[in-house]
Design a protein around this ligand. Sequence first.
Ligand code: ADP
Ligand SMILES: N[C@@H](CCOP(=O)(O)O)C(=O)O
Length: 363
Amino acid sequence: MTNALPVCCTVHVRVPATSANLGSGFDAAGLALEYFDELTFTWNGDLDDSSAIVAIHGEGEDTLPRDGRHLVVKTFRTACKAFGLPKLGFALEAENRIPQARGMGSSAEAIVAGVAAAAAFAGLGDTDVAGTDCAAGFGTSFDVDRDAVFALAAGLEGHPDNVAPAVYGSMTVSWNRAGEDTVLVQDYSAETGEPDGTATEPLDPGFRTVNYAVADTLRATVFVPDFELSTEKARHALPSGVPFADATFNLARSAMLPAAVNPAVTTGDDPNLANALLFDALDDKLHQPYRLPLMEPTARLVARLRAAGFAASVSGAGPCALVLAHGDLDAAIDDAAAPALSNGHWKVLHLPVNRTGVQVSIR
Ligand SMILES: Nc1ncnc2c1ncn2[C@@H]1O[C@H](COP(=O)(O)OP(=O)(O)O)[C@@H](O)[C@H]1O
Ligand SMILES: N[C@@H](CCOP(=O)(O)O)C(=O)O
């Protein structure tokens, strides 16, 4: 790709928090939540400038680096190159609400922010703005090319389960075709049924995702503790293999997740049946048993909520706990959780599902 000029001077991105795994859907399922980081990228007019001026407000303002090690800065640079842009000097203003290293997809959010902003500067998507007239009105909504953002962001993050809902919204189930058999597929003659000597190119390896409808009734409660657990550390706690029966346990439950979040297709309007599906869908034997010893307060909270009949799991790699419910059960969930929250500081977030994914505006 040749170097292109940026199509605008400022890009604003709003990226939702996400909860990955949803219990049984380890490394596959993810849900976008109405809770956002907002970032503004302002190009300084230089086309060969490696500097970035970074301002951070909110989460991470005392801990995140403000140089090229900042995940958004690093990702933006990589994505600009991938999308054919030169080295844009820029200022970044970040309004961070998503807590970091807690299991609400902050690293995926940061990567999606950097990639979506670069895609917008490169004009990947639908816009009326042509050229680089900085006097153009602010806030033109830009319909970014979500597939391009997902492909690059998932590749950079390494696992797509948080990235997909941050890009597309709603609930997603994602997988990676890399490593699958890349042998050309043999074509067969329609007449004889025999191989006809030709071959079809296989689908490209890479990340794929399916975006599922989620019922309007679905609400999430996220319990955010005051301690962190990096995804990297939580992944180190995973075993190299699991018992066959445990894999089978998760298989049916994760296959049922799309019905559990959109139960009208199976259970009609009965919220009790719908919540019973969620309860089983959020159960898991593949990751939580190995990770919960790293987050004992979360373990106690999840156990307590499940004992009270709520569909609770670890959110992402933890240490947040997630409860999904159809209908407004916020007060009942808070009551059930209360005894497990008394030792420590927890923030409780009652959140609708986000249906838009990343939103981009430009000027
Ligand atoms: N908004 C952000 N801006 C810059 N870096 C971020 C941001 N959010 C997360 N990160 C980086 O990602 C790390 C957390 O990633 P991870 O352990 O995967 O946690 P999470 O579960 O929140 O995704 C942070 O320590 C930081 O390095
Ligand atoms: N499937 C991943 C999800 C990590 O999510 P995060 O929000 O904790 O970054 C895992 O379980 O490791």
